[in-house]
Write a protein that binds this ligand. Structure first.
Ligand code: HEC
Ligand code: HEC
Ligand code: HEC
Ligand code: HEC
Length: 209
């Protein structure tokens, strides 16, 4: 019994009795090769659709998103580390979440073609709605996208001014996340940002007994 078991694997690769049996390894190889090409293409599409240039095909909006982003410290700073659109808006730690997000985002082709955001006036009219969607997302995921670059643990609190050092050292125990104190860092804040943000923060606050 034992001996047979040991021999089985090598038999599979031994010269097959019938040339038809060659089909098994060849089939397996073809399946693997096709799978690899398929995955390669998917990853290529995923990568190509994560560049700032791709976001600009719709969000080029010379008059609003671009100048706001390019004036922000996340576009250019003393350290020369740039945060791209995808760094702050797309998941990077979970392939399935990325694919899912892309499928949902591709539906934005419809409002885009309908010209939902094609002028500065229309953009302003929707800015608050869109910002609220993003804020909710950051509250839900504990500002995960910020944390792929920043972490409170890695902050040299002594090098920060006293107010920020105190806020950061207490943030965790107070249940506060980055977006609670740092919204509007790249884009212009929507009108009444404080009121709108506080309403979202209240939705997420633990009910006080
Ligand atoms: C096909 C055109 C198109 C492309 C490409 C595109 N967007 Fe959008 N995006 C839109 C439209 C239209 C909306 C408004 C959707 C709505 O509110 O109905 C939107 C909304 C958003 C919002 C607001 C939140 C929300 O879901 O409403 C964010 C953030 C965003 N896009 C980021 C990005 C990023 C980052 C990229 C590049 C990876 C990108 N978009 C590529 C058309 C596009
Ligand atoms: C791709 C990496 C990256 C991501 C993602 C990122 N940051 Fe930054 N952030 C930086 C760098 C680099 C600087 C500039 C550091 C310097 O040289 O001072 C910076 C600066 C800052 C500053 C200080 C300057 C300012 O504009 O006030 C704040 C606050 C900040 N980030 C908060 C955030 C928050 C909140 C998020 C999530 C919405 C975020 N960052 C996402 C890399 C990143
Ligand atoms: C309770 C409020 C609060 C929370 C929560 C908070 N911060 Fe801050 N942070 C501040 C204040 C206040 C400052 C100083 C003023 C400013 O730059 O906005 C600051 C400054 C900073 C700076 C600039 C530091 C410097 O000295 O150059 C960075 C970077 C930063 N915060 C990132 C973050 C990130 C990332 C998170 C989430 C992990 C976070 N903060 C959470 C209040 C907060
Ligand atoms: C450092 C992180 C960061 C970067 C980089 C960034 N965003 Fe955002 N984005 C945010 C946050 C946070 C919000 C929520 C509104 C706010 O706080 O300003 C937001 C909001 C938005 C909105 C909703 C409308 C609005 O004006 O609030 C759109 C659309 C958007 N981002 C697209 C983009 C595109 C396109 C790029 C690249 C050109 C980009 N973002 C770069 C963090 C970022």
């Amino acid at each position: 019994m034992q001996e047979d078991n040991v021999k089985t694997p090598s038999k599979l690769w031994a010269k097959p009795r019938s040339k038809w049996l060659l089909g098994i390894p060849i089939g397996a190889f073809l399946a693997f090769a096709l799978g690899a090409i398929g995955l390669g293409t998917t990853n290529y599409v995923l990568h190509a659709s994560s560049t700032t240039a791709f976001c600009y095909t719709c969000h080029s909006h010379e008059n609003f998103i671009k100048p706001e982003y390019e004036a922000s410290s996340h576009f250019a700073n003393a350290s020369g580390v740039r945060a791209t659109c995808a760094d702050c808006h797309l998941p990077h730690d979970n392939w399935f979440e990325l694919v899912w997000t892309k499928m949902v985002v591709s539906l934005d082709v419809i409002p885009e073609l309908a010209g939902k955001l094609d002028t500065a006036e229309k953009y302003e009219a929707h800015r608050a709605d869109m910002a609220q969607t993003v804020w909710r997302h950051f509250k839900e995921n504990d500002s995960k996208f910020c944390r792929s670059c920043h972490s409170i643990e890695a902050m040299d609190l002594a090098a920060q001014n006293r107010t920020s050092a105190r806020r950061h050292s207490q943030a965790e125990e107070n249940g506060q996340t980055c977006i609670d104190c740092h919204y509007g860092i790249v884009h212009k804040e929507p009108e009444n940002a404080t009121t709108l943000f506080d309403a979202i923060a209240a939705e997420f606050a633990e009910p006080s007994e």
